[in-house]
Design a protein around this ligand. Sequence first.
Ligand SMILES: Nc1ncnc2c1ncn2[C@@H]1O[C@H](COP(=O)(O)OP(=O)(O)O)[C@@H](O)[C@H]1O
Ligand SMILES: [Mg+2]
Length: 497
Amino acid sequence: MSGRTSEQILQDALLREVYRVAKIGTWEVSSEDELIWSDETHDLFGVDRSDFGGTIEEFHRIVHPEDVERVRRVADFSDTLNTHFNSEYRIVRPDGALRHMRQTAIVLRDARGNPLGFSGVVQDVSEQVETEAQLRQAQKMEAIGQLSGGVAHDFNNILAAIMSAAELLQMEDDYDPDLVESIINSAKRGGELTNRLLSFARKQPLRKTCVDAVPLIRGMAPMLDRLIGPDITLDLALSDQVWRLEADPAPLQEALLNLVVNARDAIDSAGKITLSCRNASVPGPMGDCRDYVEINVIDTGSGMSEEVRQQARDPFFTTKPVGQGSGLGLSMVDGYVRQSGGQIHIHSGLGKGTRVALLLPRSEHTAPDPAPRRTRANQGNGERVLVIEDNVDLARLIQRQLSSLNYRPTLAANRRDALQAAAQAGGFDIVLSDILLANGERGPAVVEELLALYPDMKTVFMTGFASDDQTTPHAFGEPKVVLSKPFKIEELAKALR
Ligand SMILES: Nc1ncnc2c1ncn2[C@@H]1O[C@H](COP(=O)(O)OP(=O)(O)O)[C@@H](O)[C@H]1O
Ligand SMILES: [Mg+2]
């Protein structure tokens, strides 16, 4: 009889359960170099008690060959240490599974300080390692996106300058047409690449609507057919009863185009590309089923080795010669599909062709979304609006908003521009003016000058200062409509009405 109380037995059982859930095992090395594993450690290493002879060599045989040397060295070195020591290594279990282990060990010593052996815990941290790797990948993509977005933007401006210089050259009497043409063509190609970079870095939210994939694909078919040339056949295998899906159709078309171009590039001379579409219910992580529409792009091309397949979605990964591949196609498709709440699967093997499957979530709506409409009550009627705003970016934005609200905007940055624009246009229906302008000019004063010339003009003021008495336009006669910046398009629409 061990004399253990039922409470101790219960605590033991509890501890075991904690170990099991946390995937922690314990182990010990005696002074005779015998290795003793707890039940949990046996489970973690995938080795039955009956198959284990208790030698350190057996343990080393399970450690990943690339990590064995390190594990050995840590153990040798730790003899001399007084504290605990940590190490991480991979194991290949007898069943072939690769796992990441984190181990903490302490040196056991007798009263004189002579080492008696080791004891420690080992934990399976494969999930954490995996999550960290995913996080790192996400951060890498984010950084590349930001970087390429910034570079692409500046680069486009430079390319535009090169283009226009080359075009000016063409007007000279004495120039080499081949040289100039190659400058222009290179600049154009550079422009296409930077535009791909820009759309890769695109952060704007998707405009998801309810999409019928089958007509969308049918609509693209003639264009795709031309793209792949006469030696490659385009096959459509579209089921009739496909659910509607939830996606932004413009990038979806771009994605399909990218996949078809990849398929074309993989086909050496002649071959076939099949676009298929069907419903798919996929088990989710909680055991529930999710409904997707699966769009496949299948080709009879060269296929990919496993190594290429795994990297294919990495930004800038390409196996194509310089000038032909940007390596951004699949990473854009991947980003788009994820952002849409979908999945992408690449099935391929060398010499076996490729199937790329896009799974996009089924839409809950039964009918396609109606075209977005703005309440007609707040729309303009082609009225001419003079916008007096010294911030160029903001002025452009307001200009766009006004156009979309069916007004005709004209921009002016200061008093002189405003008076000149009004004189040219013979007055405006509405003036929308900032209150504080650059160089100490004041919107209300400018508006008063304009009103003296065109008394029928309606006025709306905008201000970045919510309640500054000094700048409220009440001081200039009757109260006017004041918009405080930043404002939404609906607020602008209402103020103008
Ligand atoms: N359908 C396909 N068949 C064979 N290989 C493919 C296919 N699609 C993509 N790949 C491989 O993946 C790489 C990356 O593709 P992608 O991101 O579109 O960039 P790019 O087409 O510019 O090389 C390609 O260079 C190619 O090696
Ligand atoms: Mg590509």
